[in-house]
Design a protein around this ligand. Structure first.
Ligand code: 5GP
Length: 303
């Protein structure tokens, strides 16, 4: 019988622990560089394949993909599926065929056209309206979709600018005529929908288009226009979201509670989205959303 190997001395264990921390930090730096476009994922993969001892080689493929700007965990899981790569695989551990598939996908993606249609969704009171208003005022080259709604205008809201305010009959007519890309009843009360013709026209003219809609609507857009990039706007914390919701004070308490419940359900859907933006400061969040419009789209096979 072979004698059991002696347990590593404390000093070896401490050294191994330090090496593990260094490796983790190196991997985090690689992901950060890819996320901020200082470096391409293709470059990291090539380093991994040239040097099996490199930190790049020890990155999981799923981490490499998820750090791509505008890809995010949900889409990267779908890509892994398509490439038939297990989510446990490290970049350096890929076989020849898998390397070639991943390389092709990354090359294709780098050359892909930017995603011109961006859907901004997120929980109630996270500030979607403020972010889209900021974009309307500061990025005149981005076309903001104007939704139709059956709710009444609030003070300061202008028909045709903030919404098309319509009655139930007119909304029914729009649905029947197939004029809406998506529509939903929001907060169990009024109906909201995105008119399709202006979006088709703006995209055909080469404009970037932003839709600010609820989660149900975002899911419908994903079905109808799979090339759209779905962005989820997050609050910095749950407490901050509650503060913003109550702080607005425009709704009665039962309505606030209903919106809070909806927000919880909506937050749980964040991983369905391609990208997440945290709304700490409106101008910064708006900039990040617009930057995502310039990011290369996923390869057409990524969904
Ligand atoms: P508000 O009444 O406060 O302007 O908007 C209420 C909710 O309706 C927001 O969550 C907003 O994102 C959503 N919403 C606005 N326009 C549309 C739309 O065209 N479609 C869908 N599905 N939701 C919308």
């Amino acid at each position: 019988m072979n004698p059991r190997p002696a347990p590593p001395a404390d000093v070896d264990r401490a050294a191994a622990g330090r090496a593990a921390i260094r490796a983790r930090r190196a991997r985090a730096a690689i992901k950060q560089d890819i996320a901020t476009r200082r470096r391409t994922a293709l470059d990291a993969a090539q380093v991994a394949w040239a040097d099996p001892e490199s930190p790049e080689a020890s990155l999981r493929v799923t981490e490499l993909l998820a750090s791509l700007p505008s890809l995010g965990p949900a889409r990267s899981a779908r890509v892994l599926d398509e490439l038939e790569i297990s989510d446990r695989k490290r970049v350096g551990g890929l076989g020849v065929r898998q390397r070639s598939k991943l390389r092709d996908w990354l090359v294709h993606r780098q050359g892909a056209a930017p995603s011109r249609l961006v859907v901004l969704a997120g929980p109630t009171a996270v500030g979607k309206g403020s972010v889209s208003a900021y974009i309307r005022e500061n990025y005149s080259d981005v076309a903001l979709s104007v939704s139709a709604t059956t709710r009444k205008p609030r003070p300061g809201e202008v028909d045709g600018v903030h919404y098309y305010f319509v009655n139930d009959e007119e909304f029914d007519r729009k649905i029947a005529a197939g004029e809406l890309l998506e529509w939903a009843t929001v907060h169990n009360s009024y109906r909201y929908g995105t008119p399709r013709p202006p979006i088709d026209a703006a995209l055909a003219a080469g404009h970037r288009v932003l839709l600010e809609i609820d989660l149900q609507g975002a899911r419908q857009v994903r079905e109808a226009m799979p090339e759209a990039l779905l962005v989820f706007l997050l609050p910095p914390t749950w407490e901050e979201l509650v503060r913003r919701l109550i702080g607005r004070g425009t709704e009665p308490p039962e309505e606030q509670q209903r919106r809070l419940d909806t927000a919880k359900v909506e937050l749980a859907a964040q991983d369905e989205f391609d990208a997440k933006v945290i709304n700490r400061e409106v101008g910064q969040a708006a900039r990040e959303v617009v930057e995502l419009m310039d990011a290369p789209a996923g390869a057409p096979t990524s969904r």
